[in-house]
Ligand binder design. Structure first.
Ligand code: DGL
Length: 272
C-alpha cells in the first residue's frame, strides 16, 4: 500500500480523491483542502507558490510517498519549483489533462476553462504547444465557479446563468474538446454539460492523473465495480472540519470520516 498525498485550495481536489478511491482502492490517501485560503485563482503567482510548497511539505512530513497537486492553479505556479525541492514524486494536473484532450480531439481545437490565475499563467498553452504544436487551445477564465462550488451550489438558476455566460465563446468557436481545467469544475459537470454545444467532448484530467499514479505504482487493480471505501483516509483542512465533512459527503460523495483542522500558523512555519 502506498500513501498518496493530495491537495487543493479547497474541496475541488476531492474529485481526484474520489477517482483514486474508485480505481486504486488499496492505496491510502492524505488529503489537504486549504479552505481558509481558497480561492487561489485570484491570488498572485508568488502567494500560490508559497501555499503549494507548504502543502507539499505538510503532506510529505505526514508520510506521503507521492503528492498529487489536485489543483490546476498550484500546478501552473508551483509544480516545477516543488519538484526541484522535494525528493518524492509530484504530479500536476495540467499535462495529463492536455494529453487526454489530445487523444479525444478530432480537429486539434481544444478549449479549457480554468481560474484566472491558471489562464494568466499560460500553463495550458505551453503544455499544448509542447505536446502537439499544431493544436490550439482557447482559454476561458471562470472566476465565479469556485465560490459557487465552495458554497455547495452545483446546480440551480444561478449556476446555470453563470455557466451559460462562460461557455458562450467556446460554443461559438470550432473547439471540439473542453478540458475542465480546475478540479472544482467536475462538480458542475451537469450545468456545464447542459450549456455546452453538442459535439464538444468534456475532459476531466483527474482520470488521466489517477491512471498515471496507477502506472507509477504498477500494481493497482482497477476495481470499477467496487464501492469506493474511504477507510484509513485522512483529511486535513485549514477551514472548519464539520463543514468539510458535510460538503465532502453531500456534494462529492466522499465519506471523509477523519478530518483534522490545521492552523494557518502551522502551515506558515513549514519551509520546504
Ligand atoms: N481547484 C483549483 C484548481 O484546480 C483551485 C481553485 C481556486 O482556488 O481558485 O485550480
Amino acid at each position: 500500500m502506498a500513501v498518496l498525498g493530495v491537495f487543493d485550495s479547497g474541496l475541488g481536489g476531492l474529485t481526484v480523491v474520489r477517482e483514486i478511491a474508485r480505481c486504486l482502492p488499496q492505496e491510502q490517501v492524505l488529503y489537504f483542502g486549504d479552505t481558509a485560503r481558497c480561492p487561489y485563482g485570484a491570488r498572485s503567482p508568488e502567494e500560490v507558490r508559497d501555499f503549494a510548497l507548504q502543502l507539499v511539505e505538510f503532506l510529505s512530513r505526514r508520510g506521503a510517498e507521492l503528492v498529487i497537486m489536485a489543483c490546476n492553479t498550484s500546478t501552473a505556479m508551483a509544480l516545477q519549483t516543488a519538484r526541484g525541492r522535494c525528493p518524492i514524486p509530484i504530479l500536476g494536473v495540467i499535462a495529463p489533462g492536455v494529453e487526454a484532450a489530445l487523444e479525444k480531439t478530432r480537429n486539434g481545437r481544444l478549449a479549457v476553462i480554468a481560474t484566472e490565475a491558471t489562464v494568466r499563467s499560460g500553463g495550458y498553452r505551453r503544455a499544448v504547444q509542447k505536446l502537439s504544436p499544431q493544436a490550439s487551445v482557447m482559454e476561458q477564465a471562470c472566476p465565479r465557479f469556485v465560490p459557487l462550488v465552495e458554497n455547495g451550489i452545483t446546480s440551480g438558476p444561478e449556476a446555470e446563468r453563470v455557466a451559460a455566460a462562460y461557455l458562450q465563446a467556446i460554443n461559438d468557436s470550432e473547439s471540439d474538446t473542453l478540458i475542465l481545467g480546475c478540479t472544482h469544475y467536475p462538480l458542475l459537470e451537469g450545468v456545464i454539460g447542459h450549456h455546452l454545444r453538442p459535439g464538444i467532448k468534456l475532459v476531466d484530467p483527474s482520470q488521466r492523473v489517477v491512471q498515471m499514479v496507477r502506472d507509477m505504482l504498477s500494481r493497482g487493480q482497477v476495481a470499477d465495480d467496487r464501492m469506493p471505501s474511504y477507510d484509513g483516509y485522512q483529511f486535513f483542512t485549514s477551514g472548519d472540519p464539520a463543514s468539510f465533512r458535510s460538503f465532502a459527503k453531500t456534494v462529492c460523495g466522499v465519506d471523509a470520516r477523519d478530518v483534522m483542522a490545521v492552523s494557518l500558523a502551522e502551515l506558515e512555519d513549514l519551509r520546504a
